[in-house]
Design a protein around this ligand. Structure first.
Ligand code: SF4
Length: 183
């Protein structure tokens, strides 16, 4: 795998390691041919938020971040320089998945490497406007985070083929289910 890891891969990998492989195949094609309608709507909502808030000079919006220590890169949705809050927008939040937390931890670490202090991290639901504060990572959470990065860095598709269409609930909702078939 490449040296630097996109932060979005953390969530994908936790959802299912195999989805990383399918995502890399899809990325070679136009995204609107393959992404489900819901996901496209969610992406457009994200764009709207970034657009609306661009006028606010106290906030970093859609801001590129990186960490040379963890070799991660990506973009944050919103960081308030006054309150030192980092916010990640999701179209709708039914549950706070581990992947969401890991993404926020990664973004916070990147911001800190770049000289910004992060005092609070939050998820915001675009549809319901609900705001969920996430505790800053404990030492144990940071170990999990570092282990996750290591697993992604040394990703080997053959190690994960056993997951293929076996995790019933996930697979039903998965956008790659048509291609992920061991028949
Ligand atoms: S269909 Fe199931 S096994 Fe295949 S990528 Fe999706 S979640 Fe993973």
């Amino acid at each position: 795998m490449e040296d630097y890891i996109p932060i979005t891969k953390l969530n994908d990998f936790i959802f299912c390691p195999l989805s990383l492989y399918f995502r890399s195949c899809y990325n070679k094609f136009k995204e609107n041919l393959f992404y489900q309608e819901k996901i496209i709507e969610g992406k457009m909502e994200h764009e709207k938020i970034h657009q609306d808030k661009l006028k606010n000079r106290w906030k970093l919006i859609n801001f590129p971040v990186y960490s040379s220590y963890y070799k991660l890169f990506g973009k944050i949705d919103e960081y308030d320089e006054i309150t030192q809050e980092l916010i990640e927008y999701k179209n709708n939040i039914n549950k706070v998945y581990d992947g969401y937390k890991m993404q926020l931890y990664a973004q916070a670490r990147c911001l800190e490497t770049m000289g910004y202090q992060v005092k609070k991290i939050k998820l915001k639901s675009i549809q319901t406007k609900e705001e969920i504060e996430i505790a800053l990572p404990s030492r144990t959470e940071m170990k999990k985070f570092e282990k996750l990065i290591e697993n992604i860095r040394y990703y080997d598709i053959f190690k994960y083929l056993k997951y293929q269409n076996k995790c019933q609930n996930k697979c039903r909702k998965c956008i790659y289910k048509e291609l992920c078939n061991d028949d």
